[in-house]
Design a protein around this ligand. Structure first.
Ligand SMILES: N[C@@H](CCC(=O)N[C@@H](CS)C(=O)NCC(=O)O)C(=O)O
Length: 204
């Protein structure tokens, strides 16, 4: 199996962390989406990463499908709980964390356009999704040690990935410690876990 990825993609990071936690070995192929000969569209018509290319040439996307596949591939350290209630709580966490990533990515792309072409109302709308999403996650987490059911799961992984991405692109603009202290606490507690420490996106 081979994963097409970039070092800064929060969605690809989620897959890399899940693979590490499950002890599943995957070849990694760094891609640059802007390259004219980038292989991604050959495997995902949407042209997005991550893409998992299976040994028979079939591909899997998007990240939530890939992590589901990896989690079901081996019973080692299930990251999506088996019981229905916790399972859908974890999936909702993943969905909201990924959705906050989507909004953050939209802001970053708009801010990279020439200033006179940027739409401040679009940026504000997307940024509101980021703040609203983080607030709900922060409230949901409360004083718990982990996001769902008192155990490490895909929800914690998705949280770490969105916070890592927002920190990379927007620095301390969110002031996590002050505004989302529950998220900041869990993020800090998980930072030294090897699968997480080894996949921190580079600042460059
Ligand atoms: N829902 C997708 C989102 C993937 C995504 O947006 N990836 C970004 C990189 S971080 C991308 O490939 N963007 C290129 C594009 O949208 O053309 C997933 O979870 O895999």
């Amino acid at each position: 199996m081979k994963l097409l990825y970039s070092l800064t993609s929060p969605y690809a990071r989620k897959v890399r962390i899940v693979a590490a936690e499950k002890h599943i070995s995957i070849d990694l192929e760094l891609v640059v989406l802007a390259d004219p000969d980038c292989p991604v569209p050959l495997h995902n018509p949407l042209g997005k990463i991550p893409v998992l290319i299976m040994d028979d040439g079939e591909s899997l996307y998007d990240s939530s499908v890939i992590v589901d596949y990896l989690d079901q591939r081996t019973p080692v350290s299930h990251l999506v709980p088996q019981d229905t209630k916790s399972k859908f709580q974890v999936k909702r966490w993943e969905s909201l964390a990924d959705g906050v990533c989507d909004a953050g990515v939209a802001v970053m792309i708009e801010q990279r356009r020439p200033e006179n072409l940027q739409d401040p109302s679009w940026i504000a709308k997307q940024w509101t999704k980021v703040e609203r999403g983080l607030q709900v996650l922060n409230d949901d987490l409360g004083q718990n040690k982990f996001c769902v059911a008192d155990t490490f799961s895909l929800a914690d992984i998705a949280l770490v990935c969105v916070l890592g991405y927002l920190n990379l692109r927007f620095g301390n603009k969110l002031d996590l410690d002050k505004n989302y202290p529950n998220l900041a606490r869990v993020n800090q507690a998980l930072a030294s876990r090897p699968s997480i420490a080894e996949t921190v996106p580079p600042q460059a």
